[in-house]
Design a protein around this ligand. Structure first.
Ligand code: 26W
Length: 815
C-alpha cells in the first residue's frame, strides 16, 4: 500500500529486466547463470542509477541557470548507511525492481542485504550530515556536501572474550558502484614549505606561500536524491592521489624506492577515518585531512561561482559554507589566503567577505572535545595559514581591547591559547570568522551562550542562534519501518513523508482501540524481525514478547551506559539476595549497541563488563529467562534500521548538560518508543512536545548537577546510603561476572566510588524508580500503546526537513 502514492517509476518491469541484463552482460561481462551476487548487485545499482543520473544532470542545469545561493555543507564525516533502499524509494522503483528480478529468480532483498554500508562517520555528527543532505535535496535547495572519501570508514567491531577488538572496515575492497570519480579533475593541494615576500601584480608588497609538497585531490561524486521531487544534489568526497611532481627530485636522483614511499605517504591522507569521537588526539595526519578536503572544496565552489561572472564582493550572496563542528574551520584562513594571496584582494575586503560566507555549528559541550592545534605543528604544515590566523587574532583582540578595555577578556577570547601549550583554538577561530554560530538543541544553544562561548555571546549577542537537530523520515521511518508506514498511510495519507508535521493528524487515533491494536501488531512484528536478525547475525536467542529496552550510541562515560548496566545488575542482585521475586520482573530484553574509541580505556572496560554481565544473567536459572542482555557487535546504520522500529523503550540517560542534542532519541520516538531520559539535549524538547505522561523523566537537571559538582560530589556517599546500589556494585566487585576474579573490573568499580565524573551514582535511585514506573505502565497495554502513538503523533517537529528550514530562516537566507 505504501508504494501506491509514491513517486511513479521511471521504468516498467520489462524495461527494468532489459537494462539489468544488459548491465550484467556489458559492464560485468557475465551471463545470468554465471552472475554472482556481486555482479547482480552492481547491475541492480547501475539500473537504478540511470533515472537518478538523468535527474542529477537536469538539477545541475537548473541550478546553474537559477544562479542563486548554494549551500555548501563542509563535514569531515558522512555516516550514509546503505544506499540501495533509499535509491529505490526515491525512484519509485522498489516494486518494479522486485517484480522484474523475481522473473529472473532473483530476490531483491538478498541484493539489498549484499551492500556494505559506507560508514564514513563516527556517530551523531556524521549521521546528522547524512540526514541534512537528504533534506536539502528533498526541499529542492541548491546544495553540495563536501567531505573525505576514506578508504577505511569506522572500524568493524568484534568481541573477543567480551573485549572489543577493532578490524579495518574494508567497505571499498570490491569498489562501489555508487561513486562517479573524476581523476582528470584533480586539483593540487599544497602542504608545508615556506612563505616568501613578493610583489603582486599591482606592484604592492605581498606574501606568497611556497608549499614543500603537494597531493592531488580527486573528486568522487555521490548522488543525493530528494524524495518526491526531481532534485538530485551532489555529495563530493575527495580522495588523495600522489601528485606527479610530488617528489620529483627524489625520483630524479634515482631513488626509486623512496619516490614510491613518498607517494604512499601522500595517499595516506584520505586512507582512514579517525575513530575518536569527542576527544581529539591532535594528530598531524588529522590536520592534513582537514586542510586537504576543505581547500579542495572551497577552491571548487569559489572557482565555479566566479566562472559564472559573480564578483568577489558578491560571493556571500552566492555561497554559504556551513562548518560541521570545528573540523573544517581551517577553511576560514584558507579562503583568506585564496582571496588575498592568489586573487590579490585587499585584506579588509577579503575579511568582510569571509565573515559573511562562513557559519559554524558546534556539536559538543565537553571542554576536552574542543579542537586545539599546537602552534608548532600548525605552522610546520600550514605556515601561511598560521600567519593569517595571527593577523586575524591581532586585529580582533585590538578591537576587543578598544571596546572593553578588559585585558582578562582579551586573553580569554584569544584565538591562540598560551597554556598549557601554545595552540590555535579552533572554536574561537570559527566564532570570530563566522556570521552565525549555532548549537544543536535549545538547551545546548543556551549552554553555549552561558558557558562554552559566553565571552563571545556577550560581545556579539546576535551572532548566536539555535537549530534543533532532526532526522530524515525517509530512512528512519518510511524505509526502516514499512509496516508502520503502511499504517500511517492508511490513517493519514502519504503526505507525512515530505511533511512530518502531518503526524499530528494521528492524535485522535490514540484513543481508537482498533488503531492501537494495529499499532501494537506492527511493534510485535518489528520485534520478531529484529529477533530473527540478531539470531542470524550474532547467534543471540531472544524472546519476542518482552519489553525491548534499547540503548544504542557511542560508548562514552557521559552517556552513562554504566547506569543502564547498574539497573540490570541490581535486578539480578536483588533476585539473588531474595529481595525481589523473578516472577515480579516484567520480561525485558536490554539491547546495547556501542563502539568505543580504540584508545578510550574506560569505555572499553565498560564494553567488557556489559558482555560479562550478559554472559552470566542470560543463562542464570534464578531469573527464569525474564531478563536478557543482547549486545550485538558492530552497531551501524544497517542494524539501527532494524533495531529502532522494534524498541519499546529508548534509553537517553546522559548526565544533564552533557549531550548536545542526541538524534537517536528522535528516531526512537518517531517509531513509537517511549523515552526514559534526563532533561538533556533534545530530550528537553521531546519531553515538552509529547507531554510528561508519555515520557519517563528522571534524574538531576543541569543546574542540579552543576550545584552538586560545586558542592563537591562524593559518589561513595550514594553507594553507602543506597542498599540496592551497594548490592549491585558489590556483586560486580565480588567477581561474580569474572569467574571470581575481583581485579577484572576493579578500575570501573573504583571509578564509580571515587570519581564518577558524570554522576551515575547520584542519579541511580531516580533511575531505578522510573524503571519501576516503566514496568507498571507496560503491564497496562492500552495505556502504553496510547503513549506510544502519541509519541509518533507529537514528534513530527524532529524531521531534518524542519531543521533545514530553520537553517534557511535563521542562517542561510536570513536578513
Ligand atoms: C576527534 C574530534 C571530535 C570531536 C568532536 C570528533 C567528533 C566530535 C563530535 C562533535 C562528536 C559528535 O558526534 N557530537 C554529537 O553531534 C550530534 C549531532 O549534532 C549530537 O546529536 C550529539 O549530542 C553530539 O554528541
Amino acid at each position: 500500500a505504501a508504494q501506491d502514492h509514491e513517486p511513479s517509476p521511471a521504468l516498467d518491469a520489462t524495461e527494468f529486466v532489459r537494462v539489468f541484463t544488459n548491465e550484467l552482460q556489458y559492464t560485468r561481462g557475465v551471463t545470468l547463470p554465471q552472475a554472482s551476487n556481486q555482479d547482480k548487485y552492481i547491475a541492480l545499482v547501475r539500473t537504478v542509477l540511470r533515472p537518478l543520473i538523468d535527474r542529477w544532470q537536469a538539477t545541475q542545469a537548473r541550478q546553474a541557470e537559477q544562479n542563486g545561493k548554494t549551500v555548501a555543507y563542509l563535514s569531515a564525516e558522512y555516516l550514509l548507511g546503505p544506499q540501495t533502499g533509499n535509491a529505490l524509494l526515491s525512484t519509485g522503483l522498489e516494486d518494479t525492481a522486485r517484480e522484474a528480478l523475481s522473473t529472473l529468480d532473483i530476490d531483491l532483498d538478498e541484493l539489498i542485504a549484499h551492500e556494505i554500508e559506507p560508514g564514513l562517520g563516527n556517530g551523531g555528527l556524521g549521521r546528522l550530515a547524512a540526514c541534512f543532505i537528504d533534506s536539502l535535496a528533498t526541499k529542492d535547495i541548491s546544495a553540495i556536501g563536501y567531505g573525505i572519501r576514506y578508504n577505511y570508514g569506522i572500524f568493524r567491531q568484534t568481541f573477543v572474550n567480551g573485549h572489543q577488538v577493532e578490524q579495518p572496515d574494508t567497505w571499498m575492497s570490491h569498489g562501489t558502484p555508487w561513486e562517479i570519480t573524476h581523476p582528470e579533475l584533480a586539483q593540487p593541494i599544497g602542504f608545508a614549505g615556506r612563505v616568501e615576500d613578493t610583489i603582486n601584480s599591482a606592484g604592492q608588497p605581498a606574501r606568497k606561500w611556497v608549499p614543500g609538497w603537494y597531493v592531488q585531490a580527486v573528486p568522487c561524486n555521490y548522488l543525493v536524491p530528494g524524495y518526491g521531487t526531481d532534485t538530485v544534489n551532489t555529495l563530493r568526497l575527495w580522495s588523495a592521489r600522489a601528485a606527479d611532481e610530488f617528489n620529483l627530485h627524489i625520483f630524479n636522483s634515482g631513488d626509486f624506492e623512496n619516490a614510491v614511499r613518498a607517494r604512499t605517504y601522500a595517499e595516506n591522507i584520505s586512507n582512514v577515518l579517525y575513530p575518536e569521537d569527542s576527544t581529539p588526539q591532535g594528530k598531524e595526519l588529522r590536520l592534513q585531512q582537514q586542510y586537504f578536503f576543505v581547500a579542495a572544496s572551497i577552491r571548487d565552489l569559489v572557482a565555479r561561482t566566479l566562472e559564472r561572472g559573480v564578483s568577489y564582493a558578491d560571493l556571500p550572496q552566492h555561497i554559504t559554507f556551513q562548518l560541521n563542528d570545528t573540523h573544517p574551520v581551517v577553511g576560514i584562513p584558507e579562503l583568506m589566503r585564496l582571496l588575498v594571496d592568489d586573487h590579490e584582494l585587499e585584506w579588509d575586503d577579503a575579511w568582510s567577505i569571509t565573515r559573511e560566507i562562513f557559519n559554524y555549528t558546534c556539536h559538543t559541550l565537553l571542554p576536552e572535545a574542543l579542537e586545539v592545534w599546537p602552534v608548532d605543528l600548525f605552522g610546520r604544515l600550514l605556515p601561511r595559514h598560521l600567519e593569517i590566523i595571527y593577523r586575524i587574532n591581532e586585529e580582533f583582540l585590538n578591537e576587543v581591547r578598544l571596546n572593553t578595555g578588559n585585558e582578562l577578556l582579551v586573553r580569554q577570547m584569544s584565538i591562540i591559547q598560551e597554556q598549557p601549550f601554545r595552540a590555535v583554538r579552533m572554536a574561537h577561530l570559527a566564532t570570530v570568522g563566522s556570521r552565525r554560530v549555532n548549537g544543536v538543541a535549545a538547551l545546548h544553544s543556551q549552554l553555549l551562550k552561558d558557558n562554552v562561548l559566553k565571552d563571545f555571546s556577550a560581545y556579539w549577542p546576535d551572532k548566536f542562534t539555535n537549530v534543533t537537530n532532526g532526522v530524515t523520515p525517509r530512512r528512519f521511518v518510511r524505509l526502516s519501518n514499512p509496516e508502520l508506514s503502511d499504517l500511517l498511510n492508511d490513517a493519514i495519507g502519504t503526505g507525512w513523508v515530505r511533511d512530518l508535521s502531518q503526524l499530528s493528524q494521528l492524535e485522535p487515533l490514540a484513543d481508537d482501540s482498533g488503531f492501537l491494536e494495529q499499532f501494537a501488531l506492527v511493534k510485535a512484528h518489528n520485534k520478531s524481525r529484529i529477533a530473527a536478525v540478531l539470531a542470524a547475525r550474532d547467534g543471540i536467542e531472544l524472546p519476542s514478547d518482552a519489553i525491548y529496552d534499547v540503548m544504542v550510541k557511542r560508548l562514552h562515560e557521559y552517556k552513562r551506559q554504566s547506569l543502564k548496566l547498574l539497573h540490570v545488575v541490581s535486578l539480578y542482585a536483588r533476585v539473588l539476595a531474595g529481595t525481589l521475586n523473578a516472577e515480579d520482573i516484567e520480561p525485558r530484553v536490554v539491547v546495547f549497541g556501542a563502539k568505543a574509541a580504540p584508545g578510550y580505556r574506560m569505555a572499553k572496560e565498560t564494553i567488557a563488563l556489559i558482555n560479562a554481565v550478559a554472559a552470566r544473567i542470560n543463562n542464570a536459572p534464578e531469573l527464569q529467562g525474564r531478563l536478557k542482555i543482547a549486545f550485538p557487535a558492530n552497531y551501524n546504520v544497517t542494524l539501527a534500521e532494524k533495531l529502532i522500529p522494534a524498541a519499546d523503550l529508548s534509553e537517553q540517560i546522559s548526565l544533564a548538560g552533557k549531550e548536545a542534542s542526541g538524534t537517536g532519541n528522535m528516531k526512537f520516538a518517531l517509531n513509537g518508543a517511549l523515552t526514559v531520559g534526563t532533561l538533556d539535549g533534545a530530550n528537553v524538547e521531546i519531553h515538552e512536545l509529547v507531554g510528561d505522561e508519555n515520557f519517563f523523566l528522571f534524574g538531576m537537571t543541569e543546574p542540579d548537577a552543576e550545584s552538586l559538582a560545586q558542592a563537591g560530589y562524593v559518589p561513595s556517599k550514594f553507594y553507602e546510603k543506597d542498599a540496592d546500589l551497594k548490592l549491585a556494585i558489590d556483586l560486580i566487585a565480588s567477581g561474580a561476572f569474572s569467574n571470581g576474579d575481583r581485579s577484572a573490573f576493579e578500575s570501573i568499580v573504583s571509578d564509580w566510588l571515587w570519581h564518577d565524573r558524570f554522576m551515575a551514582l547520584a542519579d541511580f535511585r531516580s533511575y531505578l524508580d522510573i524503571q519501576t514506573k516503566v514496568e507498571e505502565k507496560y503491564r497496562d497495554k492500552a495505556a502504553w500503546n496510547r503513549s506510544a502513538v502519541l509519541n509518533v503523533a507529537r514528534t513530527g517537529f524532529f524531521s531534518s526537513d524542519r531543521s533545514i528550514q530553520d537553517y534557511l530562516d535563521r542562517i542561510w537566507m536570513e536578513k
